[in-house]
Ligand binder design. Structure first.
Ligand code: NDP
Ligand code: OXD
Length: 311
């Protein structure tokens, strides 16, 4: 029987994926959406922001591979077809890039870059108060592949780092909090909040008026996870009142961020276009080919998503 792989993302990116996958396994039968051929042929799909209901058309689909670390795009209603396994990407380059993004945002805030740029623009020679690294408390929401790496690297810079996860985690040199019970104590000790959570029903809107109010006054917020984690009006209100000093945002409820959205021109917001960490097909193609071989040979899949919790 035919065991074809459906690839679906932006057209230009699909061609690159095909090339990288075929370079590793020339026997792969690859179909670029929407040119699927007979729907019965499709055994697996590697996708990004693919219309979720379309995946119900392939009666022999057994494996869904996210083209990113996040899988929320696969869980939009109606969600993945029942009985289809879901895997995601875990990649060293993706992790390194995310930690760089977080460190850049942390250091830019910590070293008062905006203040010094404004002084330079005004031609003013003046020093701002010296930052105290060991007294600066960073709190990372999500201690998974990305959060744990960022935590370790920020701790190596001598920041005081804590993390929050769903289940209890132990990481050397990092204070850890878990679950609903751990959330408010975690926020209360956090000067710089970093969100690296997956977007699930449990984390939707988790950065809201209640949680922002639990941060100390003058805290800074970095969201590089998903736009759905932030209640945008609540963050804007906290920036307005000065309770939150500023924010670095890579992800938004609507992407691209609509023209005229307040974040575009907000003096306390630094934004990037969902570019904190970009999947590089050449880097991740080996794990995709490996998972396809595991599927064919009936071996356990790698980087499996728990479809009952959505990450
Ligand atoms: P992981 O699945 O490895 O880690 C997720 C972490 O979040 C785990 O520590 C998990 O807890 C924790 N978590 C999940 N649900 C909850 C909850 N309800 N309460 C508290 N903690 C929770 O994911 P990654 O680190 O690989 O990626 C994280 C996210 O980053 C992705 O889902 C994606 O949305 C985003 N991302 C953004 C990119 C960008 O360019 N902006 C690029 C790549 C990813 P536990 O340890 O107990 O399981
Ligand atoms: C991802 C992303 O989840 O790019 O990998 O956002």
């Amino acid at each position: 029987v035919t065991q074809a792989l459906l690839v679906s993302t932006k057209p230009a990116t699909m061609a690159v994926w095909r090339e990288e996958l075929l370079a590793l396994d020339p026997t792969l039968d690859i179909r670029l959406f929407p040119e699927t051929g007979p729907v019965e042929d499709i055994a697996a799909a590697v996708t990004w922001n693919h219309p979720p209901e379309d995946l119900y058309r392939y009666p022999n689909l057994r494996l869904l591979i996210s083209m990113g670390a996040g899988v929320d795009h696969l869980f939009r209603p109606p969600g993945p077809p029942p009985g289809v396994a879901v895997v995601r990407l875990v990649d060293r380059l993706l992790t390194t890039a995310m930690s760089e993004y977080v460190m850049l945002a942390v250091l830019r805030h910590h070293r008062q870059d905006a203040g010094y740029r404004a002084l330079q623009a005004a031609g003013v020679w003046e020093e701002l108060p010296a930052p105290d690294t060991e007294a600066t408390r960073i709190g990372i929401m999500g201690l998974g592949n990305l959060g744990a790496d960022a935590a370790r690297k920020l701790a190596a810079l001598d920041f005081r780092v804590a993390g929050w996860s769903r289940t209890a985690r132990a990481l050397p040199g990092i204070e850890t909090f878990a679950g609903e019970k751990g959330l408010l104590p975690f926020l209360a000790r956090t000067d710089i909040l970093v969100c690296l959570l997956p977007l699930t029903p449990a984390t939707e809107g988790i950065i809201n008026a209640r949680t922002l109010a639990a941060l100390p006054r003058g805290a800074y917020v970095i969201n590089a996870a998903r736009g759905g984690h932030v209640v945008e009006d609540d963050l804007l209100a906290a920036l307005e009142s000065g309770h939150v000093a500023g924010a670095t945002l890579d992800v938004f409820r609507t992407e691209p961020l609509p023209e005229g959205h307040r974040f575009w021109t907000h003096p306390k917001v630094i934004l990037t276009p969902h570019a904190a960490s970009i999947t590089i097909p050449r880097s991740v193609a080996p794990q995709v080919v490996d998972n396809l071989a595991r599927l064919r040979e009936g071996r356990p899949l790698a980087n499996v998503v728990d479809v009952t919790v959505g990450y």
